[in-house]
Design a protein around this ligand. Structure first.
Ligand code: SIN
Length: 480
């Protein structure tokens, strides 16, 4: 068993073993690693390192920062197998999916290596002949990136790559369930020659590290992916030192199938959106609105395909659905299914779940579960399940579908299926969500903006939009 270390100011720092955090394989419940339980002291040291490294990193020409990122990208591609295996080991997703995530994650590094060179300012016509007005963009400063367990690589690079491209330095706090991929990525940052202090990694309690970050004036930007509950707390805490904050929070994505849809395509895309990462994504379709006239046919086709989704240890060949991350997650999914059935939903497929781990720390599996006759008041229709459950609700008219889809405090992603061009545009414009998939259940890609309306967050990651949150705009007024 390896004892992993934190990365602070270019040094690998061990913690005391008795005080370390245990990492488990969610497919088996086996203890696979120890990582240090960094606290206030280590977090402050990481912030100091990032703060001291900032001026030199920010002053580098953009093409030099770009070249560092290109090197990281190359290393990620070279080590894809190694990173993917580590990811499956600590997070549970099937190996093929983990490999897909490595490419997705590397894509952000590649994209922002280019974007580093395009941080343009403006000259603005002045109203006086003796004035010249410039607007330039500069790095916001030290960034704290707090990342989740569901995408242990991509959520890190989606934050760190634009931060580094913009000239910021970083303190990374990865989720305690999946620190090993984060540590691997920091090894690659080091191998790429990124100067000491530019990227720092602290593992440990989210509360202690989070509070230290939020109290520290030197941290100018916090970028967080995780629950809406924690996001709101960070937003409150950020007020004290008026930190710039980006939040990518929970979702409750509707997926609407209109009667003029290509049903085979709708089924495939619905499965892709729902079952990716065992339903553990913020953009997973969470409630399926199907027009009454095609409901039975759609359910029949879904049932037929769900048989192909083999559940098991993600390291095993042919497995398409891995374990859920932990017992809490498992219990919540069970509760959602139970509540729906007790209130009259019909179990069309699945519903079985089991624990086969050697400890209570892992080995929780849930079959993909299809429910029909779902109604508005049921928990599955109101809350994010974060598991492989497909609740189907029927509707009669387009207006009704839009109203039900928008009836939520969340606004991250929404999907719909139709073969009508005018309906595509009309519905896409009316849905109150930051990401819309039209006949498309796989919307995530490094070059597009990712983020939500309402309580799903603030700001956008990805694409050229994703670097803006790491930049300040400075107005320079010159009197000739
Ligand atoms: C998330 O679930 O937070 C991210 C999903 C994605 O990037 O596709």
């Amino acid at each position: 068993m390896e004892n992993y270390k934190m990365y602070i100011n270019g040094e690998w720092i061990s913690g005391k073993k008795e005080n370390s955090i245990k990492v488990y394989n969610p497919a088996t419940g086996e203890l696979i690693a120890y990582v240090p339980n960094g606290g206030e002291k280590e977090t402050k040291e990481a912030i100091t390192a990032a703060y001291e490294a900032l001026p030199r990193w920010a002053d580098l020409p953009a093409n030099v920062r770009s070249n560092y990122l290109k090197k990281v990208y190359q290393l990620m591609i070279e080590r894809q197998e190694e990173i993917a295996q580590l990811m499956t080991f600590e997070q549970g997703k099937p190996l093929k999916e983990a490999l897909g995530e490595v490419f997705y994650a590397a894509g952000f590094v590649d994209w922002y290596a280019e974007e580093a060179k395009r941080i343009y300012g403006e000259t603005i016509p002045a109203w006086s002949p003796n004035k010249r007005i410039l607007a330039i963009k500069q790095p916001v400063g030290v960034v704290a990136a707090i990342t989740p367990w569901n995408f242990p690589a991509a959520m890190i690079t989606r934050k760190i790559a634009p931060a580094l491209a913009a000239g910021c330095t970083v303190v990374l706090k990865p989720a305690s369930q999946t620190p090993l991929t984060a540590i691997k990525l920091c090894q690659l940052f080091e191998e790429a020659g990124i100067p000491k202090g530019v990227v720092n990694l602290v593992t440990g309690s989210a509360q202690v590290i989070g509070n230290t970050i939020m109290e520290d004036k030197r941290v100018r930007k916090v970028t967080f992916t995780g629950s809406t509950e924690v996001g709101k707390k960070l937003m409150e805490q950020s007020a004290k030192t008026v930190k710039n904050i980006s939040l990518e929070l929970g979702g409750h994505a509707p997926l609407i199938v209109f009667e003029d849809a290509n049903l085979d395509k709708a089924v495939e895309e619905a499965l892709a959106s729902k079952l990716r990462n065992c339903g553990q994504t913020c953009i997973a379709s969470n409630r399926f609105y199907v027009q009454e006239s095609i409901k039975e046919e759609f359910i029949g086709k879904l049932k037929n395909r769900l048989k192909d989704f083999i559940v098991g240890d993600g390291m095993k060949e042919g497995v398409l659905i891995g374990p859920v991350i932990d017992k809490n997650s498992y219990d919540k999914i069970q509760q959602h299914i139970k509540d729906a059935i007790e209130q009259g939903a019909k179990l069309e497929f699945g519903g079985k779940s089991y624990h086969n781990g050697i400890s209570q720390q892992g080995g929780y599996f849930v079959e993909p579960t299809l429910l029909s006759n779902v109604r508005k008041g049921m928990t599955v229709a109101k809350e994010e399940t974060f598991g492989p459950v497909l609740p189907v609700i029927s509707f009669k008219t387009e207006e009704e579908a839009i109203e039900m889809a928008n009836d939520t405090d969340y606004g991250l992603a929404a999907y719909f299926f139709t073969e009508s061009l005018s309906r595509s545009i009309r519905v896409a414009e009316k849905l109150e969500f930051g990401i819309i998939g039209v006949n498309d259940g796989r919307t995530s890609t490094p070059q597009a903006p990712f983020g939500g309306y309402k309580e799903s967050g603030i700001g956008r990651e990805g694409g050229h939009f994703g670097i803006e949150g790491f930049l300040e705009i400075k107005h320079i007024s010159i009197e000739l």
